[in-house]
Design a protein around this ligand. Structure first.
Ligand SMILES: [Zn+2]
Length: 414
């Protein structure tokens, strides 16, 4: 749990999540691969490759299908524009855009870090470095005396309400050093903490979806080599539609799987056969029953914190789960003693979606959407029950171990 808290705290942006994930994988003996170089995969080897704010790690088996867990590395925050320092003579503020669908009022009056990736010129090279400021910044609320309706009407204007960078004139280069360009964000910099009478809750920035990304990497590190290749894919840009070069809509995962198939010496037909026998677990958090707002939940399929791993389904295909993949996961997990619970949105509420459905456009294999139930999704501080995280870790370890064979309308699980 402490390692999870460190990961949540220090993974300010997708770039930091990738850096921290890579360090964790290297400590466990995974070797780094580069997309720009040939790969020389060895049976039983463990590897990872990164693209921007995405990382794909795998345990290579020389034959067989794939077991894949996909999650995301980004969370809602503010992204700085170029010429971001806006000085009115008294204060400098940071001109930024909303990144993703944040619950913006929760970002006020909290410590925010300036963090991301800075591209510097070093001789004739351009070098991208991850960056996090030692300073903290604040987005100040208007006092209740100057906004008497604040408790009835909360509205946030992202162009006029900006974080304070300092008194007088401050430049971005003053803060981050010389740069040519950057991907910089203002992100919550609070410590995760355990709450509840018995410490049963964990509240932290970025639980969605770093809890999932961490769980998938941890399960992969802890897994033994099996007859199939195990993959943990953590993607950037889920909060903004997944269509970046490294997002779930890109060819990153497909490319990794193809290179693995090439290393295995598979023919095209054998590669397609392996894909048809693989499983993709799309892992992202779900809304828990909110005790103050039970009316927001589906009447018969409400996920509750503490109730175990959530299996999400949606008639409109926002989630990838179907009857067969739900049955596979239910059987594998309940046989292993993992608690599962279903989640549907209310039929009169627009569903959120996950990267699973987007990934299906590139890698179309049997898939299921699972996650853990949490409160305050997209707030600067989200809450989950830590025992659900323990169930999720058990679930992923079990799914990585399971040998699932697809044969037309039937599936055999060993
Ligand atoms: Zn998410």
């Amino acid at each position: 749990m402490l390692e999870l808290c460190e990961f949540l705290k220090n993974s300010y942006t997708c770039y930091h999540a990738v850096e921290n994930a890579a360090a964790m994988l290297e400590r466990a003996g995974f070797a780094r691969l580069k997309e720009q170089e040939p790969w020389n995969l060895k049976a039983g080897g463990a590897y990872y490759v990164t693209r921007g704010g995405s990382i794909v790690a795998f345990r290579y088996a020389p034959t067989g299908p794939f077991a894949i867990v996909a999650s995301h590395t980004d969370s809602p925050c503010f992204k700085l524009k170029e010429n971001a320092a806006l000085c009115d003579g008294t204060f400098t503020r940071l001109n930024a855009e909303g990144y993703g669908g944040g619950l913006w009022y929760t970002f006020f009056d909290r410590p925010l870090a300036l963090a991301g990736r800075v591209v510097r010129g070093v001789g004739d090279r351009l070098v991208a470095e991850t960056y996090v400021s030692a300073s903290r910044f604040v987005l100040p609320s208007l006092a209740i005396h100057q906004n008497r309706e604040a408790n009835e009407k909360l509205s946030v204007n992202l162009q006029t309400e900006l974080a304070l960078a300092g008194l007088g004139e401050v430049s971005i280069a003053d803060m981050v050093g010389p740069f040519i360009a950057y991907d910089l964000f203002l992100t919550p910099a609070e410590e995760p903490f355990f709450g509840g009478a018995n410490g049963e809750f964990l509240t932290s920035p970025r639980l969605d979806d770093l809890a999932g990304a961490y769980a998938s990497l941890h399960a992969l590190i802890g897994a033994e080599s099996t007859a199939h290749t195990l993959v943990a894919a953590c993607f950037e840009a889920e909060e903004i539609g997944s269509s970046t070069q490294g997002g779930a809509g890109s060819d990153l995962l497909r490319g990794v799987l193809s290179r693995i198939a090439d290393a295995q010496g598979k023919t095209r037909e054998e590669e397609l056969t392996a894909l048809a026998s693989s499983l993709l677990v799309s892992l992202d958090n779900a809304h828990s029953l909110h005790p103050d707002h039970p009316e927001k939940c589906d009447p018969t399929n409400r996920a509750v914190m503490g109730g175990g791993v959530v299996i999400k389904a949606h008639a409109g295909g926002a989630y990838t789960t179907d009857g067969m993949t739900a049955a596979i996961v239910k059987k594998v997990l309940t046989d292993a003693g993992v608690k599962v619970q279903p989640f549907y949105n209310r039929s009169d509420v627009r569903s959120g979606s996950t990267l699973g459905a987007i990934s299906m456009r590139q890698v179309s294999i049997p898939s299921v959407d699972i996650g853990i139930a949490q409160l305050a999704m997209h707030s600067a501080a989200e809450t989950m029950a830590w025992k659900d995280f323990a169930e999720l870790e058990k679930a992923l370890a079990t799914l990585f171990k399971a040998r699932i064979t697809f044969d037309g309308n039937s599936v055999t699980i060993a």
